[in-house]
Ligand binder design. Structure first.
Ligand code: PGA
Length: 249
């Protein structure tokens, strides 16, 4: 049951610390009544500590290293992220999988470490165009999901994001049927691991104000992970406003 809808803005490698503060301030000031919706803003690390948010606005980091501390030049631990006020972390994003060669085992370490540190992982999974065209969508989703969640039998504080790689940053989102099919399949796998707790499944990939209404009405879509359209306060807020129309009170 989706009681609360989630909309997360992934700002990727954009915005200076000051621009992050300005964008967060503008979004929070434009949104007054958002009962039933959880908003998560994910700035780059340099903006994470700078933006100040109060519930139901939350902060997510875009990456971490799973070790607690030590000689890991360039890395940031979950404790550090937590000290900056982050409640969530994006893991397994396709850009990290494809550009930084992150594989399911490595992603699984991050998921487990996040849970240990009481940070909610937003585990991203999704097939490439090649995989879709070759009938490998379900196989890919299964492997990424089972690989990312390895070792877990209780899925209590986890969010999954279905992000078909071919829809990210392309302006072409997956269509209603494709999203519905993928989300139903993901729900089936999640239920086979733990059918007592509800894990929200977000959709991500070219979500915009003009396609958000159709997509949010799909039963298993529990919200969105928004990239490009989250960099502009007005378009991000328009997406949230579309969600408000179906929010659960
Ligand atoms: P997009 O990005 O909305 O720009 O397609 C989504 C994402 O990468 O999470």
């Amino acid at each position: 049951m989706k009681n609360t809808l989630i909309v997360a803005g992934n700002w990727k490698m954009n915005k200076s610390p000051k621009e992050c503060v300005d964008l967060a301030d503008r979004i929070t000031s434009l949104l007054s009544d958002i009962k039933g919706i959880q908003i998560i803003l994910s700035p780059p690390f340099t903006g994470l500590n700078e933006i100040q948010l109060k519930s139901p606005f939350y902060k997510a980091a875009q990456n971490c290293y799973h070790k607690e501390s030590g000689a890991y030049t360039g890395e940031i631990s979950l404790n550090m992220i937590k000290d900056c006020g982050a409640t969530h972390i994006i893991v397994g994003h396709s850009e990290r999988r494809s550009i930084f060669n992150e594989e399911n085992d490595f992603i699984n370490h991050k998921v487990l470490a996040a849970i240990k540190n009481e940070i909610v992982p937003i585990l991203c999974i999704g097939e490439s165009l090649h995989e879709r065209e070759n009938g490998l969508t379900e196989k890919t989703l299964y492997e990424q999901l089972m690989g990312g969640l390895k070792g877990l039998s209780i899925l209590e504080k986890i969010v999954v994001a279905y992000e078909p790689v071919w829809a990210i940053g392309t302006g072409v989102s997956a269509n209603k049927d494709q999203v519905e099919q993928a989300h139903n399949y993901i729900r089936k796998i999640l239920n086979s691991i733990d059918n007592k707790h509800y894990t929200p499944i977000l959709y991500g990939g070219s979500v915009k104000p003009d396609n958000s209404n159709e997509l949010i009405n799909i039963t298993e879509v529990g919200g969105f992970l928004v990239g490009g359209a989250s960099l502009d306060a007005d378009s991000f807020v328009s997406i949230v406003n579309e969600m408000r129309k179906i929010r659960r009170n």
